[in-house]
Design a protein around this ligand. Structure first.
Ligand SMILES: [Zn+2]
Length: 230
């Protein structure tokens, strides 16, 4: 597989995620066969396992620097897209998108960071740098759901500052089934809480929106507006 942008591909694939995750591993030794003789030089890393990943605003800002501002859209929407794409991939593939970077040293193996290893994901992270707002938001939806709803076709998106009560939540069955731990996680979410349609109907971001239910403050959402309208 060949990348469309070798320079950015290298930067992304060398980015170290280890400060933003909890992980664990063991060392295995075979000193006798390796003639370690008092000073062990043979430790190998085994059972590397990621326990959790926290890709917060701080992480997104750090990752965003890889692009050197060379993007075609508003940086807030771009950072939101980064956050949503990572969430979607982790939801779909768990932590299999990461691999430990193990290097050989004089005293055995050492863990030097945790990197992304999914070619498709890295290519997507490269491709979006040329997307405008609309394409970025459509890509978030395609990555999460696989397609664009009819009601969102021929739309562009505008930022709106809304209160919880301004948003129409129509799928009450789905609201009952939401994961409370996810809602808790999104109490202080730093980016857009939802994508809504022209009629203020909640489309994407149920957990993030429900997390704002008891919060008197307003928050930003992205509202789809039919092209040709305001
Ligand atoms: Zn040894």
């Amino acid at each position: 597989m060949k990348t469309s942008n070798p320079k950015l591909y290298e930067k992304i694939s060398k980015f170290d995620f280890s400060d933003h995750m909890l992980y664990d591993y063991d060392y295995e030794y075979n000193c006798e066969d390796n003639n370690c003789d008092g000073i062990c030089r043979c430790g190998t890393i085994v059972n590397f396992q990621i326990e959790s990943v926290v890709l917060n605003e701080n992480f997104i800002n750090k990752f965003f620097r890889l692009y050197n501002k060379d993007i075609k859209s508003d940086q807030y929407i771009f950072k939101y897209a980064l956050d949503r794409i990572f969430e979607s991939y982790i939801k779909k593939y768990d932590y299999e998108i990461f691999r430990p970077n193990i290097i050989h040293s004089y005293y055995g193996e050492e863990l030097q960071g945790v990197h992304l290893e999914d070619f498709e994901l890295i290519e997507l992270l490269i491709k979006i740098k040329n997307f405008n707002h609309t394409k970025l938001i459509e890509q978030i939806l395609i990555t999460e759901y696989g397609y664009i709803l009819d009601s969102l076709k021929d739309c562009h998106y505008e930022k709106e500052d809304l209160h919880f009560d301004d948003i129409k939540i129509l799928n009450h069955k789905y609201v009952q089934k939401l994961d409370q731990s996810l809602i808790d996680k999104y109490q202080d979410y730093w980016s857009f809480r939802a994508i809504i349609d022209n009629n203020y109907r909640l489309i994407d971001g149920y957990h993030r929106t429900m997390a704002a239910k008891d919060n008197p403050n307003s928050f930003y959402v992205l509202r789809a507006i039919k092209n040709g309208h305001h």
